[in-house]
Structure formats: structure tokens, C-alpha cells
Write a protein that binds this ligand. Structure first.
Ligand code: HEC
Ligand code: HEC
Length: 323
């Protein structure tokens, strides 16, 4: 009996991901009104907090953190990520073009569904590299603002090959989408709560909380770091422990020092030509444009998380770049 269950389970996982019900319904019937306030707020969020523009543009890995997309190339897509875990599965995908040339014929409801629930216009699930799991709690007004901004991007006509997602990854892809559950708008003067919101939609929480190799959070390891990321121009980098632990986290950093860390990357920094090491996937260049108040709120929130002792070697096996 047990064996039969295992075989059935394997079948579902290996071949029949389509049997897993998608938990997301049809797109909402929404027409978002364009206002100057929404355009400003949407641009700020998409460029500096939620990283829409950072991920959905071609970056240059001769620069630290990939630099910033050149004006006019924003939203045109271009990152390519391919992972092959053998029998477990594989995926190969290009980060798509989200300028009006690509999604101009989507309704606002379809765009909102993709962003907050993880289902594309064609009703198929999006691969969860797209952080819709985090955007799922995004406040309605913030979501509408991003819609207004994304629609204002210069149209770019880039197209990319279709994604290929196989085996377990197909199963994961189908199980992650869930309905949008917007939080009510938070008061930025409540800095701890607002900082928590920003560190959710900024995805700090996913990159910096220690995970298993199938992307499950490990209890008690919130913001304790150590996840490995492939840098597009070569090498591996591990996320930092950003809990308030004094020895292995950021407990020693003052608020000014923390804000200064980000503000140091406002101008993209070109790496020396022979430098193959010491780069990062942390969107420093994008986050650098966050306001001092918002970075301060994230700092205030991070002071409240449990300190965890977890020493992370940033660049495994690379003594030079760990300095
Ligand atoms: C960490 C990188 C990353 C960030 C940040 C990100 N995306 Fe994505 N996005 C992706 C990837 C990868 C896909 C493709 C997923 C797939 O093909 O299954 C995607 C898909 C999409 C799609 C569907 C496009 C299509 O043709 O199906 C839309 C719309 C979209 N993203 C909008 C946004 C918006 C708006 C934001 C910011 C609120 C955002 N994305 C932030 C990586 C990202
Ligand atoms: C794509 C994954 C990713 C995301 C998203 C991300 N980080 Fe990071 N972060 C990293 C990695 C990897 C490092 C280590 C390499 C480096 O310093 O860039 C790092 C380093 C840091 C450091 C430096 C710690 C130290 O003392 O050296 C801080 C602070 C930090 N991140 C805060 C944040 C905050 C706040 C957010 C959200 C606004 C965030 N990160 C989002 C991957 C990420």
C-alpha cells in the first residue's frame, strides 16, 4: 500500500503536474486609473523596492551587482537562468519583456494576477523566481501604482525563447500560485511594521532567510543568510546573516552605517577587467535609490528579529574576495 502511494506520488511529481489544481481564479475586472501620484509611487517601488525593473532588464555583470539598466532598456527582459538537477528536474528560462510592446494587450486584471498571484495571461503558472509569493501581500494602492508605471515604460520589442521547466520544478511551479491577499495600507510612521512590509516586497526575507535546497524556509533561521546564488558572470555568492547577532550578523551596524551601505551604490561601480570574483546578486544598485526613511524602517524592523548565530562565508573557497 505504502509503495503504491509512493509510486503515485512519483507519477504526479515526474509527469502529471497538470493534475495539481491551480488555486488561482480568473483575472479581476479592474481598470486602474492613471494618476500622477500613482506614476511616481509606482516608479519608486518598481525601480527601488520590488526590483521589477532590475530583474526585467538586461544588466551588465562587468559592474558590481550588474549595475543598472541603461535608460530606455528598462523592462525589456534579458536575464537567463538555467538549472539542471538531473532526475529531480531542470529549468531554463529568460526573464521576460514586460514593456507595453509585450504586455500592452493584457488587461489590468491580468497584470495584477501575474504580479500578485503568479498566473500569466494564458492561465499558466509563472515560475516562482518571479517573487509573486512576496507581492501577494502587497497593498492595493501600491499594486495599482506599479501597474500605472509598468504601462508607462518605453515599448521594447525583445522576444525570448520559451521556458522549459521539467519534473519536480514543474510540480513546484504549479503549487506556488495563491490568491492575492492585500494588506491594508500601512502607516510609514510605524517604522517596524512598515519596515517588515518593505522587506517582504523587497524580497529581503527570501534571499536572507536560510532555506533548504528545495527552497523551504528553515524554522528559526529568519534572515540568518547562507543561501547560495550563481553570479551571471561566474562564481557563487552566499547571502549575509542580517539578524542582529553581534558576531555573525549586523548587530554592530548603526542605522546610519546600514543606510550608508546602500547609499554607496547609487552610482554603478565598474569592476576591474580581470575581476571574476567578488560580485553579487543583491540588488544594491536598485535598493540604493530607496529613501533614507524606508531604509531606516527596514533597519528598525531587522533590529526586532531574533539574533541567530550563523557565520556565512560570502564567497565559498575564495580567500581574496571574502575581505
Ligand atoms: C527576481 C526577479 C524578478 C522580479 C524582482 C520581478 N520579476 Fe516578474 N518575472 C520574473 C521571471 C523570471 C518571470 C518569468 C516566469 C515564467 O516565465 O514562468 C517573470 C514574469 C513576470 C510577468 C509575466 C510575463 C509573461 O509574459 O508571462 C509579469 C507581468 C511580471 N513578471 C511583472 C513583474 C512586476 C510588475 C514586478 C515587480 C512588482 C516583477 N515582475 C518583479 C522575475 C522577476
Ligand atoms: C537576490 C537575493 C537578495 C536579495 C533580494 C536581497 N539580498 Fe541582501 N544580500 C544578498 C547577498 C548574496 C549578500 C552577500 C553579498 C553582498 O554583500 O552583496 C547580501 C548582503 C546584504 C547585506 C550586507 C551585510 C554585511 O554586513 O555585509 C545587507 C545589509 C543586506 N544584504 C540587506 C538586504 C536587504 C535589506 C534586502 C531587501 C531590501 C536585501 N538584502 C535583499 C542577497 C540578497
Amino acid at each position: 500500500m505504502k509503495n503504491k502511494m509512493v509510486i503515485l506520488g512519483l507519477l504526479v511529481v515526474m509527469g502529471c503536474a497538470c493534475l495539481i489544481p491551480l488555486k488561482v481564479g480568473p483575472p479581476r475586472d479592474i481598470a486602474v486609473e492613471i494618476t500622477p501620484e500613482r506614476l511616481t509611487r509606482g516608479e519608486y517601488l518598481a525601480k527601488h523596492v520590488t526590483r521589477c525593473v532590475y530583474c526585467h532588464s538586461g544588466l551588465d555583470w562587468n559592474y558590481y551587482a550588474g549595475g543598472l539598466p541603461k535608460p530606455g532598456t528598462e523592462g525589456g527582459g534579458g536575464w537567463h537562468e538555467t538549472v539542471n538537477e538531473g532526475l529531480i528536474g531542470s529549468y531554463d528560462l529568460y526573464f521576460p519583456n514586460i514593456t507595453p510592446a509585450a504586455i500592452g494587450n493584457w488587461t489590468d486584471g491580468e497584470l495584477i494576477r501575474a504580479m500578485t498571484e503568479g498566473v500569466s495571461k494564458d492561465g499558466k503558472p509563472l515560475f516562482p523566481i518571479m517573487p509573486y509569493e512576496r507581492f501577494r501581500i502587497m497593498d492595493k494602492e501600491d499594486v495599482y501604482s506599479i501597474v500605472v508605471y509598468i504601462r508607462s515604460l518605453d515599448p521594447i520589442s525583445n522576444t525570448y525563447p520559451k521556458k522549459k521547466v521539467k519534473r519536480l520544478f514543474k510540480f513546484i511551479e504549479r503549487s506556488v500560485p495563491k490568491p492575492w491577499e492585500p494588506q491594508t495600507q500601512l502607516d510609514p510612521s510605524n517604522s517596524v511594521a512598515y519596515g517588515k512590509y518593505l522587506s517582504t516586497i523587497g524580497d529581503c526575507v527570501a534571499c536572507h532567510s536560510t532555506m533548504t535546497n528545495t527552497a523551504q524556509f528553515i524554522e528559526g533561521m529568519d534572515f540568518a543568510g547562507g543561501n547560495e546564488y550563481i553570479i551571471p558572470n561566474g562564481g557563487i555568492v552566499r547571502s549575509a546573516n542580517i539578524t542582529p547577532d553581534l558576531e555573525t550578523g549586523i548587530g554592530n551596524r548603526s542605522k546610519d552605517n546600514f543606510i550608508g551601505l546602500f547609499k554607496a551604490f547609487q552610482e554603478p561601480i565598474q569592476l576591474p577587467e580581470d575581476s571574476k570574483h567578488g560580485n553579487t546578486v543583491m540588488a544594491w544598485t536598485a535598493f540604493a535609490g530607496m529613501t533614507v526613511e524606508d531604509l531606516g524602517a527596514i533597519y528598525d524592523y531587522l533590529r526586532t528579529v531574533k539574533p541567530v548565530k550563523n557565520r556565512v562565508e560570502k564567497y565559498p573557497g575564495d580567500e581574496v574576495s571574502n575581505e
